[in-house]
Structures are given as C-alpha cells and as structure tokens.
Design a protein around this ligand. Sequence first.
Ligand code: SF4
Length: 223
Amino acid sequence: MKIAAILKFSALDYPGKLSAVVFCQGCPLRCVYCHNQDFLDSSLSGNVSREEFLSFLKTRVGLLEAIVFSGGEPLLQPNLREAIESVKELGYAVGIHTSGVIPNALKVILPTLDWVGLDIKTCFESYKDITNVADSGKLVAESLSIILASWVNYEIRTTYDSRNITDADLISIAQSLGERGVRRWIIQECIIRDDTRLTHLPLPSQDILSKIATYVNVELRRS
Ligand code: SF4
C-alpha cells in the first residue's frame, strides 16, 4: 500500500461522519483540472509507512468515525483490502473516493465498503476530453452499474469544468443517471490553478439546472 499523505481530519469527505482521508499514490487518469498532481505517479513510493498508518489509526479511535481512501486512485493499490480490514478492526466505517476506472477491482472490494464516492467526469462518450485516457468512460459506466446493483451507500458527483463540459453534456449525464436510477447528483465547482492564482469556474445556469432536475435531483457544491 503506497500512501502519499493523510489528511488527519475532515468533516466533508464522508457524509455525516468525521473522517480522516488516506491519499493513495498513483492514478491511471490525467484529468485536466487535477489538483493532486503529486499523487499521480504510481512508480513513486508513498511518504507514509504502514507502521505510521496503523499507529495513526489507533490514536484516532473514539475521535474519528470513518476512514476514507482517496488518491490518486485507491483501487490501484494491491493491498487495499488488507488496509481496509485494519481500519474495520478498529471500528471505523470505510469509504473510498474513486474515479471508477477499475471496475474489476471495485467489484471485489465493494462488499468491504460502507460508502463510495464515484466521480462522473462527463458524459461517458466524452471522457477523454477530461481524463486524457481513451475509453475511460466505458469503464466508469461499468463501475456505476456495479454500485447501483449493490446495497452500498454512494454519492455520484461531477466536477463541472465549463471549458470541457457543454450544456448538452450536462443534460445527457442527467438523463443517463436518471435512467439508471440515480436519485441524487452533486455538481461540484471546478477550481483551476495556474502558476499565480486559483480561478473558480462558473456553475451551470439556472435554466440548465431546471432541465437537469427533470431527470435527477441535483445539488450544487461550492468549494
Ligand atoms: S482521477 Fe482524481 S487524482 Fe486522478 S487525475 Fe483525475 S482528478 Fe487527479
């Protein structure tokens, strides 16, 4: 298990629970707005040893309620199941944030999870525009089906990059989610960084949100 970093406290990363976030090293995608560039290279070793991780878990028993594996892409980690078992033994709930591009690994690990946050980057046909990886949308569609066929608690969210996601894309995603039975879709504000500043990209217009709402309940999440 390669752990790049641990965020020791978060009230935002697991719905309704105080959590810590474990950032895993390595991601197969290269999203245009990625803020975790240091976590992408899977050839790098992590910065947090297994002993440090286990010791951290023990010191937070009774203070935190959940541990969330994020990244990078946590499903790339060959020892994720072992890490989850260590977390569960101490009584924490376990969640992951995933891009959904490794559906086979998701299927195997899903029964051990209490909650999944799945990113839908854009409509499945246009995935490469955001991720720079061809056919990644097909894999994510498969992961979405796996989650919806399970009993796991989940959250579906999209970071709205208005440079690469059109209004038609938004409607198409909403329709697709609604048809698959997703009841709640979170659209997150996209923040891009250049050398000198952060820019908050606009959220969808009220008109588009009204159209989306005919397919699925939508919530906006500002950063
Ligand atoms: S999936 Fe997440 S960590 Fe990976 S490149 Fe995209 S934004 Fe970055």
